[in-house]
Design a protein around this ligand. Sequence first.
Ligand code: HSE
Length: 359
Amino acid sequence: MELRLALIGFGGVNQGLVQLLDTKREVLRAYGIDLKVTAVVDLRMGVLTNPGGFPLDVLLNCIECGLEVKPLLNCAGTDIQPNADLATTLKVIASDIVDVVVEATFTDPNTGEPALSHCRTALESGKHVITTNKGPVALAFKSLMATADAHGARLMFEGSVMSGTPVIRQLSTTLRGAEIRAFSGILNGTSNFVLGKVAAGDTFEAAVKDAQARGYAEANPAADIEGSDVQMKVLILANALWGADLRRSDVHCEGITGLSEEAIRSAPDNGSSWRLIGRAQRNEDGTIVAGVSPQLLPAGHPLLAATGVTNAITFDTDTLGSVTISGPGAGRVETAFAIFSDILELASVHNGAAREGTK
Ligand code: HSE
């Protein structure tokens, strides 16, 4: 199966994806994927296309040179348009050199743009979308899914919640058939990392800077520490799980900025610890109550095992009781892994359909 990718946004996550594609060539081969990166769009680099595909080692070279475009220009068939404006980007997304749009630009929690336009145009053109961007999925889940269905395309967003730790697909695969009544979790790596650092003696400011340097934080870290990042993840989970159509205003949001450094440091004495918790519950009448707020978790609470950038979520189910999933919640390669896993899923579905066709 040939998959021609357009990488929209060439920041840490899509750079991490190129590294993964390079190291996991054998896995791609095993799934029968002939993968080509035919377009790279980035505000710093412009719009770069190559219908034959950019060699991965040349893309890696370009990353090593600090996003210098020269190595890409040397590949035969390359076209470069220096201005990555929306119109030019949408034209490439809809073009016939692209099968899958990998959307990893910054998240705008208010409008979802420009990522929302990228996703919408791609799906309307019948291209599959793989995104780690929370904005479009949190703000327009229903309409994007309807567009995908209408055009025979798929919208995949495993990396939008808990980075590469498997959560979203579990809900529709191994957990299908179980009724999930509620969930609560630590869904922001940056704020969890900051809480741990401050508890250990760092200042709030230094801890946030450290999280930024490690590539955990959003472009604007206010989204991490003021809770809107978790608010969007709660929306994504609730909408995907229950087909709800919740809006941001339905999810009460309070971050960790209201906690003093002293309060954070004094908590661990009795084994309890502050965590930023996102949660939602579906009542018997179908209404959903959802919110984000810091909570002082008592010693021994299962979510306390998630320290540093680790995330954890507990699903309250009818048949299994509590099911907790824990793993990395942020990071360049960790988030890129979710995209990689979505690519393999696309190929698995395609291979399964092909096998069915030969019966
Ligand atoms: N800034 C986010 C976090 C990235 O720290 O969890 C992953 O969504």
